[in-house]
Design a binder for this molecule. Sequence first.
Ligand SMILES: CC(C)(COP(=O)(O)OP(=O)(O)OC[C@H]1O[C@@H](n2cnc3c(N)ncnc32)[C@H](O)[C@@H]1OP(=O)(O)O)[C@@H](O)C(=O)NCCC(=O)NCCS
Length: 307
Amino acid sequence: MVGTTCPTCVTVGCMEITPCTSDEDYEHWRRVRIAVIPYERTQSVAELRAGDTPERLLLLARDDRTVVGHGLAQRSDSTGAGSVIPRVLPEHRRRGVGTALLERLTAHVAGLGLDTVRGTADDDGALAFAHRFGFVEVNREVEQTYVVTAPPDVAPLPEGVEVVTARERPELWGACFERFGREALAGFAVDTPLDVSLERWKRDWLGDPMFLAVHDGEVVGCAGLGLDSDTPSRAENSLTAVRGDWRGRGLAVHLKQRTLAWAADHGVTEVYTWTQDGNAAMRTLNTRLGYATTRVGVQLSRETRWA
Ligand SMILES: CC(C)(COP(=O)(O)OP(=O)(O)OC[C@H]1O[C@@H](n2cnc3c(N)ncnc32)[C@H](O)[C@@H]1OP(=O)(O)O)[C@@H](O)C(=O)NCCC(=O)NCCS
């Protein structure tokens, strides 16, 4: 039995939902994410801590002191929306834990003054849960995966362009936000325009390694990886983008192949990437490079206050 009304939460069978505060809580939070979505990179405790803001809420659900689920609520990159993610360990599902987490998470988003709440579902169970609570599909994302067997040939770089890493030139990423970043974010095939601050651009959108194509001192393209210390053989592509006036010259192919060559040289055997279903250019490019479609994620939305 679970319930949210137990005042002390020491009763056997009592569920308790609490915000993450200690490093131990953060590590529990990570373990739930890794167990529920083992196919995606999970941030380290240090990264989670670095992303702490008053607007973000990380929750743990415990039943009789055993961690059974977790939650995340924060301002979304989509304009005017918050995002919520309840996750429950498979052996503890269908007992109301997800419902209790969702209530706490949406209350947090309401407290941020945001009228819309967004979520995602990667499987039929999560989709049924989301529909039960009034979410409707607004978009789809496709996961594509590249199996690294050997470093691919790297196509030539357009004349006048050099490639550096963000580690070599750390000042470039923040500096390219206005001219390059804003255009790249505005081009996403999403139902609601993105609203990403410079701070979030610097914190959430930079890969490592991140290859930056530079012309006349300005970033005109990027591609890179997010490495996974829990599963070092897998890495996720970070943002791939080419500035509008540099498209059609093979820059994206060069940058992605260079990224895949780096992966091959560093023991990464699988590189995966999530792309909006409507972004035909990126999906086609990935297919041409040898990526296969491996998963579909449904993006969902509803009004924050829902009855
Ligand atoms: C989605 C998830 C959080 C649900 O957690 P849960 O604790 O099992 O959910 P609840 O017990 O509170 O379910 C409430 C209701 O949602 C619906 N529901 C939940 N899971 C369902 C499933 N697999 N199939 C059909 N309906 C389902 C049912 O109406 C259920 O009520 P019922 O059990 O009385 O029929 C859990 O399956 C999960 O962690 N999935 C993976 C992570 C994820 O995708 N989370 C984001 C969802 S937006």
